[in-house]
Structure formats: structure tokens, C-alpha cells
Write a protein that binds this ligand. Structure first.
Ligand SMILES: Cc1cc2nc3c(=O)[nH]c(=O)nc-3n(C[C@H](O)[C@H](O)[C@H](O)COP(=O)(O)OP(=O)(O)OC[C@H]3O[C@@H](n4cnc5c(N)ncnc54)[C@H](O)[C@@H]3O)c2cc1C
Ligand SMILES: *[C@@H]1O[C@H](CO)[C@@H](O)[C@H](O)[C@H]1NC(C)=O
Ligand SMILES: *[C@@H]1O[C@H](CO)[C@@H](O)[C@H](O)[C@H]1NC(C)=O
Ligand SMILES: *[C@@H]1O[C@H](CO)[C@@H](O)[C@H](O)[C@H]1NC(C)=O
Length: 505
């Protein structure tokens, strides 16, 4: 309402009164600081017209998906027009025998999953959280967690249509020998708006989900590659003050293995649970004790399957859980519940990727930093419902991807990457800083300085991006920049991320 009124006012008055645009966390969590118009486009043609119009008025343009990003890094700080893709969500050209489907940029994972399931198909492993657009996730290099199969969403992309800076649609086919493709594969939205995507599809399958609790030492000193790589998808959740990991694995099973229809939810909470968590975690702004208590509670809850029966909505209490591909790998919201952030459980995060060959070293370094904090009587705890998410990504070659290979750092990225994804509770009180705020900053700086590591493109602050540039391959950046200049000579799709990595110098 506020957005549309301001947008209307600026149109009527011919002035550009700028306002903030928010992430999924809402007011107080800006993704852009200087937005002058927000348009709900309803077709690809309309997006083309909006781009041409904004460009002719000297304004910046950024696409807007579902706002599932964490910091103020969507736009540049100059006057920007947001073109929302929510209503540009057609699905066409379904061809299970040929193995592909075409979606418009605003299609979300749950829309596509439902469409495909009804037709006996799925998109394999290239999926992230349910309420995220394919365009937004492909632009930003989003990924699931797998060392065996493609983890990046773009791993399942066969072709892209991008609206470039002149408002022309460019069709780019997957082709690793073409720099246009290697740039479009993780484009950060700097080449233009991803308007259409041709995705690979597969016959529908059932999968199981299994979870085991591991002692921390068994992971820190264990063969991490061997714990993860055999599975369709697998990850750890780390509970640092419990000194434990949850080890989650998934794989395909014959359809007749079980008639169970498990449905996962990572983010559903009831109003009662959320209210209690907000009070506890807010009191953790000034003391470790509530944070340690919260981690113990969250750990206990996370021991049990975060799955309901899709038909009856009853909680499933035993591992393994079985169900259809998307329902088990992602799922969504339980009926009558809301995602935690809609109850004021807001977050900060940090996500960095390291070569999986160095996984033990990285986790041990983080453990040493946790221990140093405890020695200061300020013990660390995971203040997020699902702990610290340790994910993995199979190598995928492109210019700006988190899991690319062959970089100048001479590290072996070919076996894939381990991602340290560290969400934490954002207090709603005072300055909204965390109890161990200095620790979080020091942790990020230490990892970026001591290891070859690459930032997730929507889960880090401007400061982390600035510090991370030294770890990126200068020749890959130069090749990306050349494609950027070709697609968007005037730089209308600029973002602070693009500025920080030198795409406009
Ligand atoms: C609860 C939650 C869970 C998540 N889980 C994962 C996960 O498992 N793995 C992972 O990698 N990431 C994850 N993410 C991050 C998420 O995948 C990315 O931030 C993604 O870019 C969000 O897409 P969106 O559609 O919400 O786009 P927005 O948040 O609206 O936009 C994100 C960026 O993409 C640009 N953009 C959006 N649409 C387009 C388009 N069509 N063309 C060009 N540029 C575009 C925007 O300008 C902006 O810079 C998660 C985020 C949340 C909040
Ligand atoms: C665009 O759509 C969103 C979501 O449906 C709605 O909340 C918003 O008011 C609309 N904005 C405009 C400018 O029409
Ligand atoms: C999906 O995200 C949009 C935009 O943030 C939000 O308005 C909508 O309520 C979300 N839907 C669900 C099911 O969470
Ligand atoms: C599932 O189907 C296969 C092939 O038809 C059969 O061999 C197997 O015994 C069945 N398994 C169960 C558990 O029914």
C-alpha cells in the first residue's frame, strides 16, 4: 500500500520522491534505498516497455522477485525503478520426453513444482526455498546442497531470454565455450532481466529424507566428502554449543517403497511458538544464557522430522520420511501456519563457500573462534531455528558462480564447495545488534582473509563483499565485465554488488 501510494504520487507529481524497498523481512530491512517507482509487470512485453521507458528517463532498473534476500545490495544507491516479476509467471512448452519446460522469470519453485507434479515430472535437484522466483535465484547463483548432482539452480537451465539494457531480448543457449553463457549463468542481474528460462525436467520420483545426529568431533575430524557425496542431496546443521551436528541425507527410492506423503517445512511456526522464541531471543541481546537455552530447545526440536503428512497435516515422528520429490526436498508451509519472519523473527546471515577439500580446516578454524569467545565468558550459540546450515555444491563452471573452477587462486574447486551459511536472530530492540556482534564481524573477516572463499550473492553485507573481492579471479571478472558492457552499455542494471566487484570502474 505504502509503496503503491508513493509510486502513484511520484507519477502524478512528476517528481521522483525516493523510498526504501524492503527484503522479505519487511520495514527496517531495506534491499534498496533509493527507489522511485515499483511496477507489477504482467508480461514480458510490458517489462521490455518499462525498461525502455526507464532508460530514456535516465533511471536505473532492477528486477524484483519475492524479496528473499538479506541486505541492501539489490540496487545501486541511485534512483531506481523496480520491475516486479510476480505476475510474469507463465509456464509453457512442457515436454517430458524431450526433458524441458519454459517458464517466465517470475515463476516460483512451488508454482513450477505443482505444475510439474500434476504432469508426472520434477526439476531434479536445482531448487531452493519455495517462495523464490526462478529468475531471482538463477540471477544470484542460488543453490541447493549436493556434491553428486548439480546443486546450483542454473545447473538445470538449458537457455535464457534476457532483456538487455537497450530493451532487446537476447536468447542465450547453454554453451560453456561462449562467454555470453558463462556470464548469464550467474549474472547478478547486471546483464538485464531474466524473462524466460528453459529448464530441464525429469520423470517424477519419490525420495526419502533421513537424519542422524553426529558428535562434533566426528565431523571436524571426519571424511566430510564421504559423508555428503554419495547422496542426491545432503547437508549438516551445526549446533555449536551442543557440540553436535545433524546430518541430513536424501535420495531417490522406487515409487512403491512407501505410500507416505511427507511434506517438509523449514520455516513454519505457530503464533505461540514464535511469540515465545521472540521473547527468549530478544533477551539474548544482553546475555549468552538465553541464546544457549534457545539453541538447546531448537536442537531438541530439530532432532525430530520437520515433516507433516501432506494429506492429514499430522506431524511425522520417525525417520526416514518418504514422499514426492519436491514435497520432501523443499515442501512449504503447513496449513494455518506462517513463516517465522512474519511473526517478527528476523535475521542476519552470512554465507561463504570454500573448496570442499579444505572443509575440515575451515570448520576447525570456526570452532577455534567459538572457543575463543567462550573463553571470554561470551559463549556463542546458534540463534536460528535450524542451527547453522552447512551446505555443499558440486562444481559448475561459469564466471561469477560460487562453485566455479579453474580460478587463479590455484585451489582445487573441482570436487565442489562447502558453504558455511550462518543465520542468526536479529533483535527487535534498540540498535538491533546481536550480543556477540563483534564476534560475527570478526568471524567473517577472519574467514575471508585466511581462506580462498566466495560470497553467496544475496546473503552477505556490503562489507563482506568488499573484503571478498580479493578472492575472486581477476580474469573471470574482466571477462564478465566485457559481456556486461555489451549487454548493458549504459549500466542501467547497476547494483552495489556490481559496483563493489568493479563492473563499472
Ligand atoms: C528463507 C530463505 C531461504 C533461502 N534459501 C536459499 C537456499 O537454499 N539456497 C540459496 O542459494 N539461496 C537461498 N536463499 C536466497 C535466495 O535464493 C536468493 O536471495 C534469491 O535471489 C531470491 O530470489 P527472489 O525471487 O526472492 O528475488 P529478489 O530477492 O526479489 O531479488 C534478488 C536479486 O535478484 C535480482 N533479480 C530478481 N529477479 C530477477 C530476474 N528475473 N532477472 C534478473 N535479476 C533478478 C534482484 O534485482 C536482486 O538483486 C534463501 C532466502 C531466504 C529468504
Ligand atoms: C504489486 O503487487 C503486490 C503483491 O501482490 C501488491 O502488494 C502491491 O500493492 C502491488 N503494487 C503496485 C504498485 O500495484
Ligand atoms: C511469498 O512472498 C511474497 C513476497 O514477499 C509474500 O507476499 C507472500 O505472502 C509469500 N507467500 C508465502 C506462501 O509465504
Ligand atoms: C516394487 O516394485 C518392484 C518392481 O515392480 C518389485 O520388484 C518390488 O518388489 C516392489 N516393492 C515393494 C516394496 O512392493
Amino acid at each position: 500500500m505504502l509503496l503503491s501510494l508513493s509510486a502513484l504520487a511520484s507519477v502524478l507529481l512528476g517528481t521522483a520522491s525516493a523510498f526504501e524497498y524492503y527484503t522479505f523481512d519487511g520495514p527496517g530491512s531495506p534491499s534498496c534505498h533509493n527507489v522511485v517507482e515499483v511496477h507489477n509487470a504482467t508480461s514480458v512485453d510490458e517489462m521490455v516497455d518499462l525498461v525502455k521507458d526507464a532508460s530514456s528517463r535516465g533511471l536505473q532498473v532492477r528486477a524484483g522477485g519475492r524479496g528473499h534476500m538479506w541486505y541492501d545490495t539489490q540496487c545501486s544507491d541511485d534512483k531506481t525503478v523496480i520491475i516486479r516479476t510476480e505476475f510474469v509467471n507463465g509456464i509453457s512448452d512442457f515436454d517430458l520426453d524431450g526433458g524441458s519446460v519454459v517458464v517466465e522469470g517470475g515463476v516460483t519453485f512451488f508454482q513450477l513444482a505443482e505444475y510439474l507434479h500434476e504432469r508426472g515430472a520434477n526439476i531434479g535437484t536445482g531448487l531452493v526455498n519455495w517462495n523464490i522466483t526462478l529468475g531471482g535465484s538463477i540471477a544470484m547463483g542460488a543453490h541447493r546442497t549436493s556434491l553428486r548432482e548439480d546443486a546450483v539452480v542454473v545447473g538445470g537451465v538449458l537457455a535464457l531470454d534476457i532483456i538487455d539494457g537497450n530493451g532487446d531480448i537476447r536468447h542465450i543457449e547453454r554453451d560453456e565455450s561462449n562467454d555470453d553463457w558463462l556470464a548469464a549463468s550467474t549474472s547478478l542481474g547486471l546483464l538485464g532481466i531474466i524473462a524466460r528460462i528453459k529448464m530441464q525436467i525429469f520423470p517424477e520420483t519419490k525420495v526419502y529424507a533421513m537424519q542422524t545426529t553426529l558428535e562434533e568431533n566426528d565431523v571436524l575430524n571426519g571424511d566430510i566428502y564421504k559423508l555428503i557425496s554419495p547422496y542426491l542431496t545432503a547437508n549438516f546443521w551445526w549446533w555449536p554449543s551442543q557440540h553436535k551436528f545433524h546430518w541430513r541425507t536424501y535420495d531417490i527410492v522406487p515409487t512403491n517403497t512407501s505410500s507416505q506423503q511427507g511434506f517438509q517445512s523449514t520455516f513454519s511456526v505457530t503464533a505461540l511458538e514464535a511469540g515465545a522464541a521472540v521473547v527468549l531471543l530478544n533477551s539474548g541481546k544482553i546475555s549468552s544464557i538465553p541464546n544457549l537455552a534457545a539453541e538447546a530447545i531448537f536442537f531438541g526440536l530439530w532432532e525430530k522430522p520437520n515433516f507433516h503428512d501432506k494429506v492429514t497435516d499430522e506431524a511425522i515422528t520417525e525417520w526416514p520420511v518418504y514422499g514426492w520429490n519436491y514435497d520432501v526436498l523443499i515442501g512449504g508451509l503447513y496449513p494455518g501456519q506462517k513463516p517465522e519472519w512474519e511473526y517478527g523473527l528476523k535475521g542476519y546471515t552470512l554465507e561463504l563457500a570454500f573448496p570442499v577439500t579444505r572443509a575440515n580446516e575451515v570448520l576447525k578454524r570456526i570452532r577455534a573462534l567459538f572457543d575463543a569467545e567462550a573463553a571470554k565468558w561470551m559463549p556463542m550459540a546458534a540463534t536460528y531455528r535450524s542451527g547453522i546450515n552447512i551446505k555443499f555444491g558440486k562444481a559448475h563452471f561459469d564466471l561469477l558462480g560460487q562453485v566455479t573452477t579453474g580460478t587463479a587462486d590455484k585451489q582445487d574447486w573441482s570436487k565442489g564447495a562447502i558453504m558455511f551459511d550462518f543465520p542468526s536472530f536479529r533483535p527487535s530492540l534498540g540498535d538491533q545488534k546481536r550480543y556477540n556482534e563483534a564476534f560475527y564481524i570478526n568471524l567473517a573477516n577472519t574467514l575471508v582473509d585466511e581462506f580462498p572463499c566466495r560470497p553467496h550473492w544475496t546473503k552477505n553485507t556490503r562489507d563482506v563483499f568488499k573484503r571478498s573481492v580479493k578472492n575472486l579471479d581477476p580474469s573471470y571478472l574482466a571477462r564478465f565485465k566485457a559481456v556486461r558492457q555489451k549487454f548493458d552499455p549504459k549500466g542501467i542494471y547497476r547494483s552495489v554488488v556490481g559496483e563493489i566487484i568493479g563492473m563499472y570502474d
